[in-house]
Design a protein around this ligand. Structure first.
Ligand code: GLC
Length: 534
């Protein structure tokens, strides 16, 4: 049987922000379950849930303090089980985000580890002596600031590749590995359909703890010794073999690297099923040359057993409708990008709210900033002598609250997300599901059509590119399966362009108008999809 995920359209749900079912201002499982029919109608068939395990939530759940429990903010284990059952009843698969690289400092394991140098859990984490009274080396955390924190009690530093409350596990210790496999088994046996593996290429750091070099040009540290280290691929293969020993399970890895040559080592047969390509996904501005280049390079680099992922949004980046904004043309551009995401070759991941065009949230007062990365950026800016206003701008630029505001269900107070004030600020705009659901020209209807279309034509899931070209900002690709050819035209310019199309094509979709036959021109930022049979 063909792997289900090759034909899936995934939808990322940021746990605290999707739907509050119990009236405390925080999203939860009861809320998500109540929206499964909405997701079913949208047409997606896979959900990626961000972490929901018990956590002090310094990094909103990416700091886990108990891997075997549902955090009370999100409900109970029973609520989770009901959600899973209801999703499966609708043929929606569920993959869960698992953080194998680090735990919360509040995790019992770390509490024990830090209690004394001879504690049996000491070697579960990475402890080093000071060097001349300072940190063991110059490593900087991926959230900025030092990656080592001194612990008075035992006079050593512990290592954290992210915030200081997210302490790295020591994956060279077989006990750690065994425990984390036990965690995965626990959830697999509950019936989840796979995992999104958080920062998975960080599991190993060098055993020599050399200083990282400095990139003078960019003014940044080059992370040479704290990710992608020797032995990492063997661990990946072990994880993959274990998870795939359960039938039909899927693994997507967050591999923090923009180097395709590195990325491609992590996926394929015997490894992760797919990895996220941030070189495409987090592209900072609308640049069709770069988008085209990335898609082409992936197509050349990936072998038969490898598939790219397609996404332009997540809980870690600015929403693409804001990021790519062309004044007054936000919606046209968003429809253009979603067409690319759902018709190009790869496994698509939609980020919640993207289907209704939710915009970025801007925080107007630092006291309202929830994201740890934003707060770190703010404090570092103040320390560097910036003004309050400049520091707040830094926090908005580096922080991730911007894409984490509550899902906008209706035009009522709090956008129908909750009956009480939500845990995070709300943006001020009138986008909502309620407003769009019955409007055939809305963004939501467009997403639904695109997903249905993707389902209908195997050329879009199974077909290879028979043509992939960019000319004068008009991006065109053709994908073929058996005798059906799908032909996609994406006009990335703000000019109307002439097109020379054979009348044998049938127009199945335009992002800007109703078309009954192939047009002679394509409008600014328009997407046109055609199909040719035989
Ligand atoms: C991943 C997550 C991000 C988190 C980090 C540390 O990059 O996507 O949200 O802060 O890992 O766990």
């Amino acid at each position: 049987m063909e792997d289900w995920w090759k034909k899936a359209v995934f939808y990322e749900i940021y746990m605290p922000s999707f739907c509050d079912g119990n009236g405390d201002g925080i999203g939860d499982f009861i809320g998500i379950t109540s929206k499964l029919d909405y997701l079913k109608k949208l047409g997606i068939n896979g959900i990626w849930l961000t972490p929901f395990y018990r956590s002090p939530k310094v990094d909103n759940g990416y700091d886990i303090s108990d891997y075997y429990t549902v955090d009370p903010d999100y409900g109970t284990m029973k609520d989770f089980e009901i959600f899973l059952m209801e999703a499966h009843a609708r043929n929606i698969k569920v993959i869960i985000d698992i953080v194998l690289n680090h735990t919360s400092t509040e995790h019992r394991w770390f509490q024990e580890s830090r209690s004394s140098k001879v504690n049996p859990k000491r070697e579960w984490y990475i402890w080093r002596d000071p060097v001349n009274g300072n940190a063991p080396n110059n490593w900087i955390s991926f959230m900025e600031g030092p990656a080592w924190t001194f612990d008075e009690k035992t006079g050593q530093f512990f290592y954290h590749s992210f915030a200081e409350q997210q302490v790295d596990l020591n994956w060279t210790n077989p006990e750690v590995k065994a425990e984390m496999f036990r965690v995965m088994r626990f959830w697999l046996e509950k019936g989840v359909d796979g995992f999104r593996l958080d920062v998975i290429n960080h599991l190993k750091v060098t055993v020599r703890f050399n200083d990282n070099p400095w990139d003078e040009e960019v003014g940044e540290q080059i992370h040479c010794y704290d990710k992608n280290q020797e032995g990492i691929l063997e661990v990946i293969e072990e994880i993959a073999a274990f998870v795939h020993s359960y039938p039909d399970k899927f693994l997507v890895g967050e591999v923090s690297s923009e180097d395709l040559n590195e990325l491609k080592n992590y996926c394929g047969k015997g490894k992760l099923d797919v990895v996220f390509q941030f070189n495409l996904g987090s592209i900072p501005e609308l640049d069709v040359e770069k988008i085209y280049q990335q898609i082409k390079e992936m197509d050349i680099a990936y072998k038969e057993d490898q598939l790219p992922t397609l996404f332009f949004g997540s809980h870690d980046m600015s929403r693409f409708i804001t990021r790519f904004a062309v004044d007054g043309k936000e919606e046209e551009v968003a429809k253009l990008i979603s067409t690319l995401m759902l018709t190009a070759k790869g496994v698509p991941f939609i980020y919640y709210g993207e289907e209704i065009g939710m915009r970025d949230l801007v925080i107007d007062d630092i006291s309202k900033m929830k994201d740890v990365q934003g707060l770190i950026a703010y404090h570092l800016a103040l320390e560097a002598g910036k003004t309050e206003k400049e520091a707040l701008d830094e926090a908005n630029r580096n922080g991730r609250d911007r894409s984490r505001s509550p899902m906008q269900w209706s035009q009522t107070t709090y956008y129908g997300f909750s009956n009480v004030e939500p845990w995070i600020s709300l943006p001020n705009n009138d986008v909502s599901v309620e407003k769009q659901i019955k409007d055939p020209a809305s963004m939501l209807s467009y997403y639904r059509n695109l997903i249905a279309f993707r389902r209908r034509y195997p050329a879009l899931t199974t077909g290879n590119y028979v043509c992939l070209q960019l000319e004068n900002q008009l991006f065109n690709y053709k994908r073929k399966y058996q005798d059906v050819m799908v032909d996609v035209y994406l006009n990335f310019s703000d000019e109307t362009k002439r097109m020379d199309l054979s009348p044998n094509y049938e127009v199945v979709l335009s992002s800007r108008r109703d078309l009954s036959s192939p047009p002679r021109e394509i409008l600014p930022f328009e997407a046109i999809v055609l199909v040719k049979k035989g």
